[in-house]
Design a protein around this ligand. Sequence first.
Ligand SMILES: [Mg+2]
Length: 278
Amino acid sequence: MDIQDANASPLLADREGGPCFASANVILGIKAIYFDLDDTLCGYWDASKFALRKVFEELAPDGFNAEEMVRNWAGAFREFSPTLKKTGWYEGYLKSGEPTRTEQMRLTLKRINRFDENLAQELSRRYGAERNQALSLFEDALDVLTVLKERFPLGLVTNGPADIQRQEIARLGIEHFFTNIYIEGEMGEGKPNQSVFRRAAEAVGFGPEEILFVGNSYGHDIAPAIEAGWKTAWIRRPSDIPPSAGPEVMKPEELPANGKAPDATLNDLRSLLPLLAL
Ligand SMILES: [Mg+2]
């Protein structure tokens, strides 16, 4: 994920720790498991926040500190991100994270009346590199993928540009776990489109009720998987708060008022094992 998925929200504000509400019963009859990538298997938002802070500490225009810059970046993100699919940016975004990442920096500099094309490009380049370097798997991901790989075909369905998502998978060293990998940028469409779930189900050859989707976004992962007839496990980690969230956002996404409940709501990946009677 690079700029989309803006269900989003705090700057680098502190937030309440502690576990989220979690619930789970055993799910029977699962024959294949698909995972989302960002903030399900790896801490994308944590890497993003770290990298933004670092590049703005080093490269903020005179008179501005890193916190102000991140706040302006967040404001620009909240305006720019929802327009992405309605404008000419989307086609380029599918191939590469660079154009929209750089535009996001231009918009940030414009918000503080310090537009500078060279600086926007430098900020974009450094932010992209620092974010990728800071990206890491959650501490339970490797163990859980290793156990599940012995029992099920595993797949990945991730939104974002082709180059960025491939870079993330390489950085994390997890490609070998997955029989099928579906990337928005490579397919030309992403979650929550039903066609993505149909394609993934056909690839494993099981009925929808035999496939489990594990993801952190209710809107992009859980709701469309439920609509497709899949079983669902919703991961709600306390760290799952985007840098573009307002400072008032202290907790991860809640179940929408009319949202159908997932089969399980979990605080971590390790809780998947008892859910599958392992
Ligand atoms: Mg995600």
